[in-house]
Design a binder for this molecule. Structure first.
Ligand SMILES: [Zn+2]
Length: 193
């Protein structure tokens, strides 16, 4: 099992200070510009001869940065799962269409699917995107996951890291956050004296 850090956490600080919203907005704009530069640099040209599995991991890392950028401008929410490809293309500048395609995938515009249970504010080790058969705006769980491209499967987690999992490791993937502890749910209740 291989795993690497995805870089930016993609989290914005929530503040009750009214003046902070402008700062956050400015930060978003800057992030999108930086993201565009990062995406262009991350996307390997065919001449670089990257191994297909490495290029595929870079695709997922790139899509993870696009997801984080989307979250920053949408109040910490991922795109609607049934439209995630369209929404990322429409709203994240500089995201190359090639980032949606694995070079070992067959026809089709996209070889990745989104886990609709992933929550940007939830557990960081939950699956966000994973390799699947061809399909645009695919959303679902393990039933869509495939190892046909590389005999293993590349997976992007909520924290932006990319994992390569073998067939015997797929069962260990986490698809949803644990329920919140009771003490968090009751936060704000008046403590007994
Ligand atoms: Zn792949």
């Amino acid at each position: 099992m291989a795993r690497e850090t995805g870089g930016e956490s993609g989290r914005s600080q929530v503040s009750s200070n009214p003046g902070a919203s402008a700062v956050v907005l400015l930060g978003c704009g800057l992030s999108v510009v930086l993201l565009a530069a990062t995406v262009v640099r991350l996307w390997p040209s065919p001449r670089e001869g990257k191994a297909p599995i490495t290029a595929c991991r870079m695709n997922l890392s790139c899509l993870g940065k696009a997801m984080a950028a989307y979250c920053r401008i949408h109040d910490e929410k991922y795109p609607t799962p049934e439209k995630w490809c369209d929404l990322l293309i429409a709203e994240v500048k500089g995201l190359p269409a090639g980032a949606f395609r694995c070079s070992k995938g067959k026809d089709g515009r996209c070889h990745y699917a989104m886990n609709p249970l992933a929550d940007p504010c939830g557990a960081p080790d939950v699956v966000l995107l994973f390799e699947s058969k061809p399909g645009w705006n695919q959303a679902g769980g393990p039933e869509l996951l495939t190892t046909e491209h590389h005999d293993v499967c590349n997976v992007l987690l909520v924290d932006g890291s990319v994992m390569t999992v073998g067939p015997d490791e797929i069962g260990g993937l986490k698809w949803m956050s644990e329920p919140r502890p009771v003490r968090d749910v009751q936060q704000g209740a008046t403590p007994a004296r």
